[in-house]
Design a protein around this ligand. Structure first.
Ligand code: NDP
Length: 328
């Protein structure tokens, strides 16, 4: 294998530097599957890692990129064959294991998922961690028996990556979706993904009462803080809320009232450490329940070399839907 290009984050005296460099196969971290990366993407967490705005990188030097798609070129696992097209999301990539912003990656075989046949490589990476997380949130609602006839579901950060896929998934499954967004100018986009109603996220951004008017049967929240508190306070009896993000903040200023007086359930979702069986179930559901045309409609494609410029934009909420990065 010839030397290849990688984005390299290093740390000198507590200061992080990010630069492209050529590396060799022997520089890669241990693993039993080597992948020629064709596509990567940028998630909120990648934005944090590249800008250094939060301590996402846990060991230096690091190749960021929490998601990748590519062709297996070497495998010590008999169930994963060279030539297979695979996706890897999370699992510590870009945090304590070299990730997807390089032409090659070496990973552990238990992290590897075959790209479902219905998706192209570009569509699979467009789903990536954001779409996988949206699916885990939908599964959390379904696993708590929240059905479409229980009432509408609110999705916060609806124009972002997790939000866009959550809106599309819930709509396809027959739920009425209320999209909460700071970008009300994206109304046409959100309606085209399947939202029935739009609300301004400012309505949910302030201090909330312990219990507020029942507005929805459940929610998928990417924001945390006051927005999640309001989502919970407005959830009807026996409703379910899946929380996966902190775009507004890490805190959660709620009382126990919605839990003890309305029986509301709050489900936490972590897409990084997911047992392989659940990972495969989520990808099977994505293949079945996600409208492919909607993935294409929410995707913008750039060369990998643009990723340093895109990183601050995703943190400022300026990226709509999903970004595909062409690595080759
Ligand atoms: P995006 O940046 O694509 O989307 C986040 C969206 O949140 C924005 O598009 C915006 O939507 C909204 N938003 C931005 N800033 C604020 C703010 N200050 N207050 C309220 N809402 C805001 O990111 P992702 O979709 O990739 O990730 C969303 C969140 O989920 C992040 O916090 C991320 O860390 C987390 N996450 C967690 C995972 C897990 O495993 N638990 C996995 C993946 C993501 P709009 O303009 O429509 O309001």
């Amino acid at each position: 294998m010839d030397p290849f290009k990688a984005l390299w984050i290093s740390q000198n005296e507590d200061k992080q530097t990010v630069a492209w460099r050529e590396i060799k196969e022997q520089d890669l971290m241990p693993g039993d599957v080597t992948i020629r990366v064709s596509h990567s993407t940028i998630n909120y967490k990648d934005g944090l890692a590249i800008t250094g705005n939060a301590p996402v990188v846990r060991s230096y030097p690091m190749i960021p990129g929490i998601d990748l798609v590519g062709e297996v070129v070497k495998s010590e696992n008999e169930n994963i064959k060279p030539g297979e097209n695979v996706i890897v999301t999370g699992c510590g990539m870009g945090e304590d294991h070299f990730g997807g912003y390089a032409e090659y990656a070496r990973v552990k075989s238990e992290w590897v998922v075959p790209v479902p046949e219905v998706f192209s490589s570009s569509q699979a990476i467009a789903i990536g961690t954001a779409g996988f997380t949206a699916m885990l949130c939908v599964m959390a609602l379904q696993d708590h028996d929240l059905a479409p006839d229980n009432g509408p579901i609110v999705v916060t950060g609806a124009s972002g990556g997790v939000g866009s896929v959550a809106v599309a998934l819930l709509a396809k499954l027959g739920y009425d979706v209320i999209a909460a967004t700071g970008r009300t100018q994206e109304k046409d986009y959100l309606m085209s993904l399947g939202a029935k109603e739009l609300i301004d996220r400012n309505d949910l951004s302030g201090q909330c009462k312990p219990l507020a008017k029942e507005r929805w049967a459940g929610g998928i929240d990417v924001a945390g803080s006051h927005i999640l508190a309001n989502v919970i306070a407005h959830t009807q009896a026996d409703g379910v809320v899946a929380a996966c993000g902190l775009a507004q903040g890490l805190d959660l200023p709620v009382t126990v009232a919605p839990f003890i007086l309305r029986g509301v359930t709050l489900c936490g979702v972590n897409s990084v450490e997911v047992p392989r069986k659940k990972r495969l179930r989520a990808w099977q559901s994505l293949a079945q329940d996600l409208d492919i045309a909607k993935i294409d409609a929410m995707t913008t494609t750039y060369p990998l070399s643009d990723v340093i410029d895109i990183a601050p934009k995703i943190l400022q909420g300026q990226v709509r839907g999903r970004v595909v990065l062409n690595v080759t």
